[in-house]
Design a protein around this ligand. Structure first.
Ligand SMILES: *Cc1c(COP(=O)(O)O)cnc(C)c1O
Length: 512
């Protein structure tokens, strides 16, 4: 008899569950005299490409297969599987099922991007309409859905800045992109990928951008500024208009990282704050789960003077007919096949349509209320603090510090986040942004009720009490998860990371 499964690395692989001759389905046998369709296909395959032996597929009954995959899915943790998922800067909110249903309609999944325009009028209309709504929400004039991720959108934005300065003959001298030290790591990476030199400026003690530091680095060599607002501390840059004015006066362009729009939808618009380019992560704010490897989609909005540089094709409408315009001589070209990832675009369309302007605004209000409620309660827990303007309201997220707890008990942000797993809560983002020591970045989103927020606060309070009384109970967490504490290095090192077939793991273990 198979041992009761311990929830650890010894989870059997589907190949190990296999028993010779066991089957989950039967195909009808071919009647005598009827032509064998597989045999017919084989006739057209070159002899040297035909298998000599059957593939080694696992042999199982249907129920074994079902149980195996259901169990694996239960070892995982998702927004829909349990209590709160406070993964700051990632906006892990509830994504209404209706949007998934709409995105999986065969009418959508079975169309092909090479189809004639006249046969895909519906999807073109959807993209045209969504673009219009997103332009209204951001205060921009034109945009593209081509990028497949936020970082990809930033890269596109930087290419647009490059194309613009090339056009006006200033690309030789304008080689620098200014980025605050609180920025998401993708900002400097994408600016560098687009060939710019990154100039980092420090944030002030209150967490906001330092105007004096900005003034000291802008000049003839400035191509642009990339800014996240609300910034990664969850604080709205109060001098935002001054910031964009300073950069514009120096001749540079302004880029708004709007990966997290959850705090400001329907409240204020990057276009009105003086930004020339903005990107939105549809897979954070607009109803596609972030992470997990599914396709993402990013919308990049621009002011009209950058419109000609956007990648082709542009969807245009005339007399109710939609067409794809590839005739844009100044376009930077393409950065992705076809027109972007349709499924997240469609979910964003359904989400925006179902909430409407007032619903989107309300969702932002609840997201901000929730993060302030949690931040206010957590900052009063022993060992935790809210650095950078503790009394200033937060937007969609708040970054707490466990520095005091670490100094007094040895329990670090990492240990707190591992212990949260034992409460059935997903770990928050930790050690980001880099300017906060022992950072815990918490974004409850609008999805969670007061009761769930109280459970989160209770978990933090319990962990703090443990840290000051029995710290070992926090230090060796988690205990209740399907996999116990991992070796952080081995778990992510390509040589020891084990993603597949057990033999492969054994081999790689021997190598190290
Ligand atoms: C998530 C995020 C990004 C990058 O988005 P990806 O889709 O992960 O590439 C950029 N900036 C900020 C502030 C983010 O939170």
């Amino acid at each position: 008899m198979r041992k009761f499964r311990q929830a650890d690395w010894d989870e059997p692989l589907i190949f190990e569950l296999s028993r010779e001759g066991r089957v989950g389905f039967f195909t009808p046998s071919i009647e005598p005299g009827v032509r064998d369709p597989i045999g017919e296909v084989e006739d057209h395959i070159p002899a040297n490409m035909i298998r000599e032996s059957l593939p080694k597929l696992p042999e199982l009954s249907e129920i074994e297969v079902l149980r195996h995959y259901l169990h694996l899915s239960q070892m995982n943790y998702g927004v829909n599987s349990g209590l709160i998922y406070p993964l700051g800067s990632c906006t892990m909110k509830y994504n209404p099922i209706i949007n998934e249903v709409i995105a999986s309609y065969p009418k959508i999944t079975e169309i092909h991007p090479d189809q004639d325009e006249s046969t895909v009028q519906g999807i073109l209309e959807i993209m045209y309409q969504l673009k219009d709504w997103l332009l209204t929400l951001t205060g921009m004039d034109d945009g593209s859905f081509e990028p497949a991720a936020g970082a990809h959108g930033e890269y596109l934005g930087n290419l647009l800045i490059r194309a613009y300065f090339k056009e006006i003959g200033e690309i030789e001298k304008r080689s620098e992109i200014i980025i605050p030290d609180s920025a998401h790591g993708t900002n400097p990476a994408s600016a560098a990928m687009a060939g710019f030199k990154v100039v980092e400026i420090p944030s002030k003690e209150d967490g906001c951008l330092d105007l004096e530091a900005l003034k000291s680095v802008v000049g003839d060599h400035t191509a642009g500024l990339m800014l996240t607002n609300p910034n990664t501390l969850g604080i709205f840059e109060s001098e935002i208009s001054r910031i964009t004015e300073i950069v514009h006066k120096a001749g540079g362009l302004t880029y708004y990282d709007g990966a997290n729009m959850n705090a400001i939808l329907g409240k204020c618009r990057p276009g009105d704050m003086g930004f020339d380019i903005v990107h939105l992560n549809l897979h954070k704010t607009f109803s596609t789960p972030h992470g997990g490897g599914g396709p993402g989609a990013c919308f990049v909005g621009v002011k009209s003077f950058l419109s000609d540089f956007l990648p082709v094709p542009i969807i245009e409408e005339k007399d109710g007919e939609y067409r794809l315009n590839y005739d844009k001589p100044k376009a930077i070209g393409k950065i992705k096949g076809y027109y972007g990832n349709i499924s997240p675009i469609l979910k964003a369309y359904a989400y925006t349509l179902s909430l409407g302007g007032s619903g989107l605004k309300e969702s932002s209000e609840i997201a901000v209320l929730n993060s302030n409620y949690v931040a206010t309660k957590l900052k009063n827990i022993r060992g935790l603090s809210l650095p950078c303007s503790p009394d200033k309201p937060r937007k969609h997220e708040a970054v707490l510090s466990a520095k005091k707890m670490m100094d007094e008990t040895g329990v670090r942000a990492l240990n707190i986040s591992k212990k949260l797993l034992d409460f059935g809560i997903h770990a928050p983002t930790v050690y980001f942004p880099l300017i906060v020591p022992e950072a815990l970045m918490i974004e409850p989103t609008e999805s969670e009720s007061l009761e769930r927020l109280e459970e989160l606060i209770f978990a933090f309070k319990t962990i703090s009490d443990l840290a000051y009384s029995k710290p070992d109970e926090v230090l060796d967490a988690p205990k209740n998860t399907s996999v116990n504490r991992l070796d952080e290095v081995r778990a992510s090192h390509p040589k020891t990371m084990c993603l597949s077939w057990r033999n492969y793991c054994t081999i790689s273990k021997q190598q190290t």
